[in-house]
Design a protein around this ligand. Structure first.
Ligand SMILES: [Zn+2]
Length: 226
């Protein structure tokens, strides 16, 4: 493009942007059920942390992007990483219970062992952050109807997921692959709960996160936390 056209082009771009904003505003005013008013939302959820390097890198990215997320904690991994757990809470993210041990055989042996595992994890979260956790995610996922009832009675909201980045499902996936899996499994969903992991071996997840966030931003999603 020639130099002398640049100012004219800039004015046109600004005018078009203003018109677009006004147009969208009117569309939203007139017809709240279509177009822009049909809101899309995404919950970024991180399981199995805290870890030192990966969790902090993820927190840096979330801060830069102005995005809040939900972290499901494994409390047996907190010792020596208390600062990281506190940082999650201080920066306004939701801290949820995932497990104390993340040992399926122990956790799912009985109602008693499940509740003991949940309470142990919740106690660590309370002690380190002052937060009384209200959300829970089953280690390994699954429906667990009876346990869900038990936890709901105790005031927990049990949170599953409906999209994955693939950091546990695809062996050796690099950040590009994780990005692609996120797009593939999120596509077409109005409300996405994305499963990611922030334990120590998930550097590629931290690497992929800026692009994952950009994808949702570009596609008009609002970021939510539980
Ligand atoms: Zn887990």
């Amino acid at each position: 493009m020639q130099r002398k056209f640049l100012p004219v082009t800039l004015v046109l771009v600004v005018l078009l942007a203003m018109l677009a904003v006004l147009g969208l505003k009117n569309a939203a005013d007139v017809s709240p059920t279509i177009g822009i008013a049909e809101s899309k939302e995404v919950y970024l959820t991180f399981d199995d942390g805290p870890s030192t390097v990966v969790t902090n890198r993820i927190l840096d990215t979330l801060k830069e992007e102005g995005v809040k997320a939900t972290f499901f904690i494994v409390s047996d991994r907190v010792e020596g990483r208390e600062k990281t757990l506190k940082r999650i809470a201080e920066e306004g993210h939701t801290v949820g219970v995932h497990s104390a041990s993340h040992d399926y055989a122990k956790i799912y042996a009985s109602e008693k062992t499940l509740l003991a595992d949940v309470e142990k994890c919740a106690a660590v979260i309370r002690k380190q952050t002052g937060i009384v956790p209200k959300v829970y995610r089953f280690p390994g996922g699954g429906a667990h109807k009876q346990y869900t009832k038990l936890l709901t009675e105790r005031g927990y909201t049990v949170v599953s997921w409906n999209a994955v980045c693939g950091d546990e499902e695809i062996r050796g996936a690099d950040s590009q692959r994780l990005y692609e899996e996120t797009v593939k499994t999120s596509g077409g969903k109005k409300s996405v709960v994305l499963l990611l992991h922030d334990s120590a071996n998930h550097k590629q997840t931290a690497e992929a996160l800026p692009r994952i966030i950009a994808y949702y931003k570009t596609n008009g999603y609002t970021f939510k936390q539980f």
